[in-house]
Design a protein. Structure first.
Length: 366
């Protein structure tokens, strides 16, 4: 799906007139339950919208159609900002989104999506599944009437698209940049004029000069979005989102009424999609980056160490403040930071050490 289609889909706001009707009597007699999934994505947007559709299809197929999941893209049933509230109230049965979108409910939600200089995709999955993260996520979301699941990950995102090169912290003074989540607070702390913009407004804002830079996701999504057409410099790494978890939230009353078999189907489908989505992003990001560099002549740039050090320091302060925003956020923060410390120590000897060794200039292939 191209940028123009994305803008058209994402621009729909408000409650749409087409609501999900109840199943016909023969379907009800066969015990078929239809679940309405609302998303924050335009219909079939690559990587994000398609991930929601794939999860719905997987649950439907695994249950032999007994759980029939129907996907409503952003604006089709509720506006892009409303999926959480719709599921909490029972207007919809499931949502598909990034959970940092709900930080207005509780700052703790950032930790279950991505935080600046936080956990990578593999580390995030390890914390959620084996470090106590899922239990904390369940406890947080239960207070809103929701059962949460990890259903994918973008992997490390790119640093963003800039209309001018970044040489030092001076270049961030007053820089108008689109940045979501705690990354926005972090860049404001070093002097940037960081703002929130929905995806549909990014391209025109860059084109008109209303903003000087933006982050989006990574090469695959960025190529589809056409950002290379109006910006010159593509920066890395994406300090703000080192491994962003996609989430599915199920209305808790709906979840509790499901049979044990159907609960297992949803849990297993979520785990399968969590792995599959990350694999797809990694594969397609690699190919898309090559297209951006070779075909579209995008100029790749690495953030200077001085800038990364300053952003890292500011990020630590911002994340700690998010943890101190309320008692439960503090509980999540302590668990997350403890896990991060052990993960950093292990990665130095494993992933990071191996990648450093692999980058040495020895001959390996033709």
């Amino acid at each position: 799906m191209k940028r123009r289609q994305f803008i058209k889909g994402a621009g729909v706001t408000g409650l749409a007139t087409a609501a999900a009707s109840s199943l016909p009597a023969p379907a009800l007699a066969q015990g078929i339950k239809q679940l309405r999934m609302v998303t924050t994505w335009p219909k079939d947007f690559p990587g994000l919208g398609t991930a929601a559709t794939n999860l719905a299809h997987r649950i439907t197929r695994m249950s032999s159609g007994k759980l029939s999941v129907k996907v409503f893209a952003a604006g089709e049933l509720v506006s892009p900002s409303e999926p959480f509230d719709a599921v909490a109230k029972g207007t919809a049965d499931m949502y598909h989104a990034f959970d940092y979108y709900w930080q207005g409910k509780n700052k703790a939600y950032n930790f279950f999506a991505a935080i600046p200089f936080g956990l990578t995709a593999a580390e995030q999955s390890a914390w959620i599944n084996f470090g106590g993260g899922q239990q904390l996520w369940d406890e947080l979301s239960k207070s809103y009437g929701i059962k949460p699941f990890a259903v994918g990950n973008t992997g490390v995102q790119m640093g963003g698209w800039y209309n001018k090169e970044v040489y030092s912290l001076d270049d961030y003074q007053g820089l108008r940049i689109r940045m979501p989540g705690l990354g926005q607070d972090t860049l404001r702390r070093i002097g940037a004029d960081a703002v929130s913009l929905p995806g549909s407004k990014i391209f025109p804002a860059l084109q008109s000069g209303a903003i000087d830079a933006t982050e989006w996701v990574g090469p695959w999504s960025d190529l589809e979005f056409g950002l290379y057409k109006i910006t010159k410099y593509y920066y890395y790494p994406g300090f703000h989102e080192p491994g962003t978890t996609l989430a599915a939230g199920v209305n808790l009353k709906v979840w509790e009424r499901l049979s044990a078999d159907h609960k297992m189907i949803i849990s297993t489908a979520a785990a399968a999609e969590n792995n599959t989505v990350l694999a797809e992003f990694n594969a397609k990001n690699a190919a898309a980056l090559n297209t951006l560099l070779v075909k579209h002549k995008v100029e790749l740039r690495k953030f200077p160490k001085e800038v990364m050090n300053a952003i890292g320091k500011a990020a630590g302060q911002v994340v700690a403040e998010a943890g101190a925003s309320n008692p439960f956020a503090g509980k999540v923060y302590n668990s997350y930071i403890k896990f991060r410390k052990t993960s950093v120590a292990w990665s130095k000897l494993s992933e990071q050490a191996y990648q450093n060794a692999r980058a040495l200039p020895f001959k390996y292939s033709k």
